[in-house]
Design a protein around this ligand. Structure first.
Ligand code: NAG
Ligand code: NAG
Ligand code: NAG
Ligand code: NAG
Ligand code: NAG
Ligand code: NAG
Ligand code: NAG
Ligand code: NAG
Length: 760
């Protein structure tokens, strides 16, 4: 062992004394076998041959301190390799030029300066930047200004300059071929300060981002390591630049356009000795991110777990199987002065817009309304941001809308529709739903009443029929056979295999939940209230009556009920993804909850709660909102469940007291836990706790408390006060997801939106 250390030590010793190791001077050119090593030892400049070819030599910069195949981040002579046996040399000439030459006398690459007789040097800095500098410190040339396929931290990437395309990343031709490939990344020449695109030759391949036009925007996000990557886009009017920095300079990260046309963010995982991708465009999970893959008038819905094509409002698929044909209007557009526009929220705006400068909102709307060929417009007011030549961003589209998307952080746009298609869509549903709800309510009250007064339900021979009838109506909303079904105990027994353990899917506060399958494969969840549960007949009726009254996509749906001797059973829609806690607090599953899924869950719970509190005809306090009572459907849409403890408030009542405090400690507001006072605010408190859990992935009641804080709440509060709120964010929310929805460059802040949310 000792023997092995001696040469290494000796080398370090040499490095230490050999001051010019990171420098190239007139007197000391770089030859084939030499390398310049940056001071910190992280990077090297030298000659390399790609693995596939022994005969081509390139001058490049690579990571020196990581093992395995070299990761090249910059190449000087990518399209002019030096061919072996000719040997290369990099030198500073008498006229201060930096010249790469070969022994045959040709110069495949050079930087011309024509400054005579000075001590110009070339230095490889720890930032991976090769700098040609004058003795007075002036930088004559730097490799950062000439990126090949990689953007490095702290490098200023000039996106556009004076309304012309700035820098361009050009991918390698193949995995081992540094010459210029077909894919490149640059600003869009037709709107250089508004969007950034990956090109396949000259065709757009993936539209990476569009930009609102704010002078400065940016966002930071956590990477897989503890570092935070912060990106900033700065628009000075003339120049539009993009930079990213990494909180810990010793972390190896870069952004590169690979030879397959994918823009990737990579970070070095020293445990696995490999590069981990933490952001990728187009994302493998979103095939419809590819340019125009959804066809005209269609959009890629990034808010779904598996992004897929959808038609814009008022449109239907041309071919329901093949979305690449796009969508067509359900109703032909007749042009009129009073055109109607419907808002489309949070859109990745379509391509091929016309950017009209210097318009007010009204002028922008007029621009589109008065021209029949204008199909949509989008507007952002930038006047408050100052310093810009143009106080607005008015975009109009004519004809087809292509390559649109829907993402959580998109912009709003307005789509021209046929007059009569506005508001028509939902009106029939709006009438049918309350009628069904009302019928359900009446029926269930009648059933519960029947039980109460006769003591027992009469056996019905047509129960099965009813059930089938209900299930079909629930799908079709026909409104004919909407009797709220009581289901026979026998049927439930056979559906759940006599309550077999293999059918057990969960344990609620008041008993067990089984999966049941009725004839025809219809799956349901059967909540079997334990006989000695605190939920007596009162709570049972409460839950049945309440849920029957509620119709909301963020509330779990009750399909039927059954009372059999001491058994009380509730039949719900079956949600295969179980409850939120099963994901949030499970190390193996929590990665499914990327930030956008979490945000969707948060919004869904908020909508469900808002419905309970103020949008339904009753004011309902849930009183037991917690992660295990949030069920998730296949789309990860949250559904609030477990209404056993819910209370209905009268119209003018806004607070009540109870001497029977029920709920779950940790989620209960202090005034409820201590004094039994509850109101909508108690649910809001529980919602806040749930929010902290969702963001942090930590349990409120977790026994192993976080960093010696007494609770998640004090922990979150302390971080917030110390302005370190990002540390609260669950480390499994990996950046790839931010990337997926924000666009590679995230001109408009992503994480900035999380942080204020934690505080309020
Ligand atoms: C490169 O050279 C080695 C021997 O030096 C040889 O084994 C190998 O086949 C060569 N590879 C190519 C692609 O020429
Ligand atoms: C560079 O300058 C030195 C003296 O300063 C001279 O000897 C040498 O010939 C010059 N080289 C060229 C290529 O001009
Ligand atoms: C790039 O464009 C060429 C046609 O120019 C096409 O053959 C190729 O499949 C495209 N590449 C990808 C990855 O789409
Ligand atoms: C990282 O390096 C850049 C460039 O050298 C420097 O400006 C920045 O302060 C460094 N950041 C940290 C956290 O060391
Ligand atoms: C993050 O790190 C974990 C282990 O530390 C690894 O299993 C996982 O693949 C990494 N993910 C990414 C995207 O780097
Ligand atoms: C879908 O339609 C496009 C354009 O009409 C066509 O090129 C493609 O082959 C079709 N794909 C399938 C699977 O039918
Ligand atoms: C913008 O328009 C207003 C009037 O509509 C005009 O006074 C102003 O000079 C214009 N600004 C620019 C930069 O064109
Ligand atoms: C209407 O829009 C089309 C397409 O953008 C354009 O060519 C035409 O000049 C516009 N007409 C008017 C009156 O603005």
């Amino acid at each position: 062992m000792v023997m092995h250390y001696i040469p290494i030590f000796f080398l370090l010793f040499l490095t230490f004394f050999c001051k010019s190791d990171d420098q190239l001077t007139h007197a000391k050119p770089l030859t084939h076998s030499d390398t310049l090593i940056s001071k910190g030892g992280g990077f090297a400049l030298g000659f390399f041959s790609p693995a596939s070819s022994n005969t081509s030599l390139y001058l490049g910069i690579w990571y020196h301190s990581i093992p395995g195949p070299r990761t090249i981040v910059w190449v000087a002579n990518r399209d002019n390799p030096i061919t072996v046996p000719s040997s290369p040399m990099l030198a500073i000439t008498n006229s201060s030029d930096l010249v790469l030459s070969d022994s045959q006398g040709s110069t495949p690459w050079a930087v011309k300066n024509t400054i005579i007789g000075t001590g110009v040097t070339a230095v490889l800095l720890d930032t991976r930047n090769l700098v040609l500098q004058h003795p007075n410190g002036k930088i004559l040339w730097q490799s950062f200004d000439h990126p090949t396929d990689t953007v490095l931290a702290n490098m200023k990437f000039l996106v556009s300059c004076k309304a012309k395309v700035g820098m361009r990343l050009v991918a390698w031709k193949g995995p081992d071929d540094p010459s210029s490939g077909d894919f490149s990344c640059s600003a869009d020449p037709s709107s250089p300060d508004l969007q950034f695109v990956t090109w396949n030759k000259t065709e757009p391949y993936c539209r990476l981002t569009e930009w609102s036009g704010k002078p400065v925007s940016g966002g930071s996000y956590l990477t897989n390591t503890s570092s935070i990557l912060t990106q900033t886009a700065v628009n000075s009017g003339d120049e539009f630049c993009f930079t990213y920095t990494v909180s810990d300079n010793s972390t190896f990260m870069h952004m590169t356009l690979d030879y397959t046309g994918k823009l990737k963010y990579l970070s070095w995982n020293s445990h696995a000795s490999s590069w981990a991708i933490f952001g990728e465009h187009p994302s493998p999970s979103a095939p419809c991110e590819l340019y125009a893959s959804c066809g005209p008038f269609s959009y890629c819905d990034f808010t779904q777990i598996t992004p897929a094509c959808q038609c814009l409002d008022g449109f239907e698929p041309v071919d329901s199987i093949n979305f690449s044909k796009g969508c067509q209007r359900k109703q032909a557009l007749k042009c009129s002065k009073q055109s109607q526009f419907v808002p489309l929220y949070e859109m990745k705006i379509p391509d091929k817009f016309l950017h009209i400068r210097n318009r007010s909102l009204d002028e922008c709307v007029a621009e589109c309304s008065r021209n029949c060929s204008c199909t949509a417009y989008a507007y952002s007011d930038l006047s408050s941001t100052g310093a810009m030549a143009d106080p607005s961003r008015c975009l109009v589209w004519s004809g087809e809308l292509i390559d649109a998307g829907k993402s959580t952080y998109g912009a709003n746009m307005y789509l021209r529709v046929a007059d009569s298609s506005v508001n028509k869509k939902s009106s029939s549903v709006q009438i049918v739903l309350p009628i069904i709800a009302f019928l359900l309510l009446l029926t269930c009250i009648a059933l519960v009443g029947m039980y109460k007064y006769r003591g027992k339900w009469r056996k019905k021979e047509n129960k099965k029929k009813l059930m089938l009838g209900y299930f079909s109506t629930s799908k079709e909303l026909e409104g004919k056979n909407t009797e709220f079904p009581s289901v026979s105990f026998q049927d439930i027994l056979s559906a759940t295999n006599l309550f077999a353990d293999s059918n057990l899917v969960g344990r609620g506060g008041f008993g067990k939940v089984y999966k049941g399958t009725f004839g025809g494969g219809y799956e349901v969840a059967v909540k079997r209230l334990s006989q000695n549960s605190r939920q007596g007949i009162v709570e049972f009726k409460n839950e049945v009556v309440l849920i029957a009254k509620l119709q909301h996509k963020n509330l779990v749906r009750l399909l039927g009920c059954c009372i059999h001797e001491d058994e009380k059973l509730l039949i719900y829609e079956y949600l295969p993804n179980k409850s939120l806690d099963a994901y949030l607090f499970d190390g193996a599953r929590k990665h499914v909850l990327d930030w956008f899924t979490r945000f969707k869950i948060i919004k869904g719970i908020a909508r469900g709660l808002l419905y309970l509190h103020q949008d339904s005809r009753l004011t309902i306090i849930h009183r037991d909102l917690k992660a295990s009572n949030i069920l998730l459907d296949t789309e990860m849409t949250p559904k609030i469940s477990d209404f056993g403890m819910a209370r209905i408030f009268g119209a003018n009542q806004n607070q009540a007291n109870t001497n029977r405090v029920v709920g779950t400690y940790g989620y209960m507001s202090p005034e409820y836990a201590m004094r039994g006072a509850f109101s909508v605010k108690s649910d809001t408190y529980s919602f806040g706790v749930l929010l902290l859990e969702i963001v942090s992935g930590l349990k409120i009641s977790s026994p192993q408390l976080i960093n010696n804080f007494s609770s998640l709440i004090t922990y979150a509060w302390t971080l917030w006060e110390d302005e370190k709120a990002t540390e609260l964010v669950d480390s499994s929310i990996v950046a790839i997801h931010f990337m997926k929805f924000c666009g590679a460059f995230m001109w408009d802040s992503c994480v900035f939106k999380i942080i204020p949310m934690i505080g309020h």
